[in-house]
Design a protein around this ligand. Structure first.
Ligand SMILES: [Zn+2]
Length: 103
């Protein structure tokens, strides 16, 4: 099969679809596209600020997670995290299922 011929045929078909819109439609559409490009450009410096904030937040988030992991390991199963499930009790902090001791 001739690749060049296929490419020509494909381009013809692409142009057929693209020329469907009239000149005014195309102009209006391209104006909107330009507007979006402008708005994206306006976002750029904010995006950089956002990245800087995320980088500042990360070590704090890491520390929170490390402390939380310690607390899970050393869980005291505090009352306000306990849920009675009828046959057992679940600690929502460490996700452990606890046997019910008859009182
Ligand atoms: Zn617990």
């Amino acid at each position: 099969m001739d690749d060049k011929l296929d490419e020509d045929a494909a381009n013809k078909q692409l142009n057929e679809v693209a020329k469907h819109a009239d000149k005014n439609q195309r102009l209006a559409w391209r104006r909107k596209k330009a507007r979006i490009d402008q708005l994206i450009e306006r976002l750029q410096p904010l995006q950089e600020e956002r990245l800087k904030l995320i980088m500042q937040m990360q070590p704090v988030m890491d520390e929170i997670e490390a402390v939380r992991q310690d607390m899970v390991k050393e869980c005291i199963h505090p009352l306000d995290h306990l849920v009675h499930k009828g046959s057992h009790i679940e600690c929502k902090f460490c996700n452990v299922k606890l046997k019910i001791n008859s009182v």
